[in-house]
Design a protein around this ligand. Structure first.
Ligand code: PMP
Length: 355
């Protein structure tokens, strides 16, 4: 640590990307919940076209993208703010609204904790029960901003819209942030609640179902007043946060809903097939409404499964948190990738020895 570092950053624990970096070469990547399918040809074509104007700054308001997305979401463009990935939107939210603290489940997207620590936001965690979020456990938020990932990660389990509305109704004095990164894979969106309640922000991403993880494009939807507050924070940090190619690629994906729906259907089919196959070789697998599975072998420690696959150049996500260290999160890839993963497990000594 350099002596010039600001004292408030001396104890930072940043998001750990080392394994993601390792998996960039020569691995089947089932560890970061990306889409195994390339972006829509339209997205690629539009991004290429937009690259010709790179000498100009990009549109800080992403007006064309907002206009198209607002039609799809049936809201006003002024209710949308874009981020460099939804991670950046989450950062804006932590900066703008967490003065009274934050709350989130104890097992959920790990970035909330990283951001809370970065911004010195006091936070509480609410334990999951049987890996589930129960609305009645969220009654004492005490003005804290509540972050709910729906479907949750890494469990993959979804809440119904009714359950989400219960959480919102139980907490009229809190801002409720619903992170719908994986909603397209089978859960109900809470987007209609942004016009029914004054305290709801829905966060979404182009990274998963729209195959644009590397393009870095996320957005949030809320009422115009909250959206303006988020926009003000954004314009104070990074007014041109979405580059021109990414804005164009985003428009391309919106013009090709059919391609996205086809990929989603394929991923959901493969998810259920993989789930059944894992159960047959001794795994417990939670019911997932996402593009990943959360699985534990009945007899073999999670780390052993992770290592056995890594040895065969297949990367899945292992967690060190003792509450979930027997579980691994497995992204749904193509049929061939999932078959390679299943074959590697079946061939591995550890599974054979357990038979
Ligand atoms: N929310 C959740 C729950 C996630 O799993 C992720 C992906 N790691 C994100 C937000 C951020 O995704 P992105 O920044 O690529 O939009």
């Amino acid at each position: 640590m350099n002596k010039f570092l600001h004292s408030k950053y001396k104890s930072l624990t940043p998001y750990d990307t080392s394994e993601e970096i390792e998996s960039l070469t020569d691995y089947i990547r089932l560890n970061t919940n990306e889409s195994p399918y390339p972006p829509s040809p339209k997205a690629i074509e539009y991004a290429h076209e937009a690259s010709r104007s790179m000498n100009y700054y990009s549109d800080p308001e992403c007006r064309e993208l907002a206009a198209r997305l607002s039609l799809l979401m049936k809201i006003k463009p002024s209710q949308i703010v874009f981020g460099n990935g939804s991670d950046e939107i989450l950062n804006f939210i932590f900066m703008a609204f967490c003065e009274n603290g934050a709350a989130f489940p104890d097992i959920t997207y790990s970035f909330y904790k990283v951001l809370a620590e970065l911004h010195g936001v006091n936070y509480v965690t609410v334990p999951l029960r049987d890996f589930r979020i129960y609305p009645e456990d969220y009654t004492h938020m005490n003005h804290r901003t509540l972050f709910i990932t729906n479907p949750n990660a890494p469990t993959g389990i979804a809440l119904s819209l009714n359950e989400l509305e219960r959480i919102i109704n139980l907490n009229p004095n809190s801002l409720i942030v619903i992170d719908e990164a994986y909603v397209d894979f089978g859960a109900e969106s809470a987007v209609k609640s942004i016009n029914e309640y004054s305290n709801v922000i829905v966060v979404r991403t182009f990274s998963k179902s729209r195959s644009l993880a590397g393009g870095r494009l996320g957005w949030c939807m809320t009422n115009e007043s909250l959206a303006q507050d988020i926009r003000n924070v954004k314009n104070s940090i990074a007014p041109y946060n979405i580059n021109a190619m990414t804005q164009a690629a985003g428009i391309g994906t919106l013009e090709d809903e059919e391609y996205m729906q086809k990929n989603i259907a394929e991923i959901c089919r493969e998810r259920e097939r993989t789930r059944n196959a894992l159960c047959e070789i001794g795994f417990d697998v939670l019911d997932s409404k996402t593009n990943f599975l959360f699985a534990r072998h009945k007899k073999i420690p999670g780390i052993k499964i992770f290592e056995a696959l890594k040895e065969r150049h297949i990367m899945i996500r292992h967690f060190t948190n003792p509450k979930i260290n027997d579980w691994n999160r497995i992204t749904i890839g193509t049929h061939e990738q999932m078959q390679a993963m299943l074959n590697s497990l079946k061939d591995s000594q550890i599974i054979k020895e357990e038979k």
